[in-house]
Design a protein around this ligand. Structure first.
Ligand SMILES: Cc1cc2nc3c(=O)[nH]c(=O)nc-3n(C[C@H](O)[C@H](O)[C@H](O)COP(=O)(O)OP(=O)(O)OC[C@H]3O[C@@H](n4cnc5c(N)ncnc54)[C@H](O)[C@@H]3O)c2cc1C
Length: 537
């Protein structure tokens, strides 16, 4: 095999790509190339948990996309951060680790995807994690990514009491027997540092001589032979075009925004769309870029009558002290992320929890123009909520045959009556929590939206104007058996093509009920197994 030929070429070194690079190179039998458009993960902000705030608009590590104007969100564009670095979005995310609920995956299986029901995927979730509780029916203590749970700020207890007062149940493990309830989130950190698929899988694997990792390598297109077999890729490495051949497979792990765009730029997508951009059609596959989904979320801001984390970080000397504490003990506010929350039903008619809550003992604003978050100048906390299973569906489409042009991202947020009703129901739930004796006891006032929101209409209007993405884009190359409505089969092979798979969040047929990094990594573990099985056949 020459220096430019590999068994597997993996495009995108994000949450999924790093796992594949490790697993496919593990046996030493295969030569593996990982191509990542972003750079190496050298900054300390990528390791420090609170560094995610610094990375939110970081020009070097973040693609910093904007959605198309959203009709149902008062015409606003929605900021859409995506990781552009080894580790991908998993290197810049907020580290909340949630698998989702049984029904999410059983619905995947029901959509023509045998092998993806909850009982099928549980072993692959376990394979990802080294869980703080060790081995059990639900967990593994010997996987690669450390899953931890830290103590919460005392004011979180008032939130728990509020949930209890409304009749909700406590849940001491969202990743255990059930998702429903209130409690403390698991996070993927190790010794006070981010533990991602990059740090836990890729870094140790990079010592292997059969794994090549190229950063600053933007894949422009997948190359095919006449029989629609993927044979390699064209890549711009530091601006110079090169190509690499794949003897076995090209595996796309560029994420829910870039994978569909790359397929389209390579001639796989809706024929009419490709024709508009003078791209020769390799295969008409209309579902490429369709079925895009995301979680929208809105925040309620409160002034507390006692100290919150705001008081620990508002002033420079406090920040310096906190940094010192982090650097020497890996503890304190810089080792933190949102920790308390829950998955609740907004009414007894709901069959499953339909709203995810986050309780943050810190209130801050992310300036729209970029830069660091601005901590509010009072003792504050926020409650924010996101409907779990929105039914709005959007799309990703290329805007040019040039891979460097940003795609048209149209999540089509809040476009169904179901989603609008849940925006109102979620707001009512937050208000009901705030009205309990336990939260009232620690609260001076609601700062925002306060009197501006009083009934269903103003709740919906508030959500239209103030909600934003919680960055869980997925579904844009969905798995399924119907070639009109899906892009990959249950083996994650692109319909109608040979030697080409998609392995990232774009294959989700439907969004899961919580944060989606854990399910994305589960998909990668399961896919690696499938790929190695087909290599052995
Ligand atoms: C700010 C933020 C906060 C989040 N918080 C959480 C959270 O707390 N918990 C949670 O569960 N989820 C969270 N998420 C979501 C989660 O991190 C992502 O859904 C997940 O990482 C997606 O993984 P992926 O492998 O599909 O794509 P990514 O991890 O995004 O990886 C795609 C990679 O491909 C590279 N790439 C793209 N195009 C090309 C190309 N043409 N050539 C070469 N390389 C390319 C990209 O640079 C990137 O590194 C968050 C996301 C963001 C952005």
């Amino acid at each position: 095999m020459d220096a430019k030929t590999f068994d597997y070429v993996i495009v995108g070194g994000g949450s999924a790509g790093c796992i594949l690079a490790d697993r496919l190179s593990e046996s030493g039998r295969f030569r593996v190339l990982l191509l990542e458009a972003g750079s190496a993960d050298k900054s300390m902000w990528l390791r420090m948990p609170l560094g995610f705030a610094k990375l939110f608009y970081h020009p070097k590590y973040n693609w910093r996309y904007q959605s198309a104007p959203q009709r149902e969100l008062a015409g606003q564009r929605v900021y859409t951060p995506r990781g552009k670095v080894l580790g991908g979005s998993g290197a810049i995310n907020a580290m909340i680790y949630v698998r989702g609920q049984r029904e999410d995956f059983d619905d995947w299986a029901a959509q023509g995807n045998p092998g993806w029901g909850w009982d099928d995927v549980l072993p692959w979730f376990k394979r990802v994690e080294s869980h703080h509780a060790g081995d059990s029916e639900w967990h593994s203590g010997s996987g690669k990514i450390h899953i931890t749970r830290d103590p919460v700020h005392p004011i979180c207890e008032s939130f728990f009491e509020a949930c209890n007062a409304l009749g909700h149940r406590a849940n001491d493990d969202f990743n255990g027997a059930r998702l429903e309830g209130y409690g403390v989130y698991d996070i993927n950190t190790r010794n006070g540092q981010r533990d991602s698929s990059c740090t836990a899988y890729l870094h140790p694997a990079m010592k292997r001589s059969n794994l090549d990792v190229q950063t600053d390598a933007l894949v422009e297109r997948v190359l095919f032979d006449r029989n629609r077999k993927a044979t390699g890729v064209d890549v711009l490495i530091k601006g110079r075009r090169q190509n690499f051949a794949a003897r076995r497979e090209v595996i796309l792990c560029a994420g829910a925004v870039e994978t569909p765009k790359l397929l389209q730029c390579s001639g796989v997508g809706d024929a009419a769309l490709l024709a508009r951009h003078q791209i020769p059609v390799v295969h008409h596959l209309p579902a490429v870029g369709q079925n895009l989904q995301d979680h929208l979320c809105a925040s309620y801001y409160y002034r507390a009558n006692r100290p919150t984390v705001n008081d620990e970080v508002r002033h420079l000397p406090q920040q310096a002290r906190a940094m010192f504490q982090y650097l020497f003990k890996r503890k304190g506010i810089f080792a933190t992320t949102v920790k308390a929350g829950g998955f609740l039903r907004t009414s007894v008619e709901e069959k499953a929890p339909n709203v995810q809550l986050y309780f943050n003992p810190l209130s801050y604003v992310l300036p729209e123009s970029g830069g660091m978050p601005r901590v509010e100048p009072y003792s504050g906390y926020t409650i924010f909520f996101a409907p779990c299973r929105p039914t709005s569906r959007g799309s990703i489409t290329l805007t040019s045959a040039d891979i460097q042009a940003p795609p048209h991202i149209d999540p089509n947020y809040l476009s169904t009556e179901h989603d609008q009703a849940e925006a109102i129901a979620g707001s009512k739930l937050v208000r009901n929590l705030a009205a309990t004796a336990s939260l009232k006891r620690v609260t001076a006032e609601e700062v925002r939206p306060a009197a501006a929101v009083s009934d269903d209409a103003s709740m919906l209007q508030f959500f239209r104007e103030q909600s934003g993405s919680i960055y869980h884009l997925c579904g844009s190359c969905a798995m399924g058996s119907d070639t009109e409505r899906s892009v990959v089969n249950s083996q994650l092979q692109v319909h109608g093509m040979t030697n080409l798979r998609v392995v990232d969040a774009s294959v989700f047929p439907n969004i899961t009920s919580g944060n989606i990094n854990a399910p994305t990594m589960m998909v990668a573990e399961k896919a690696a197994h499938m790929i190695l099985e087909s290599a052995a056949a």
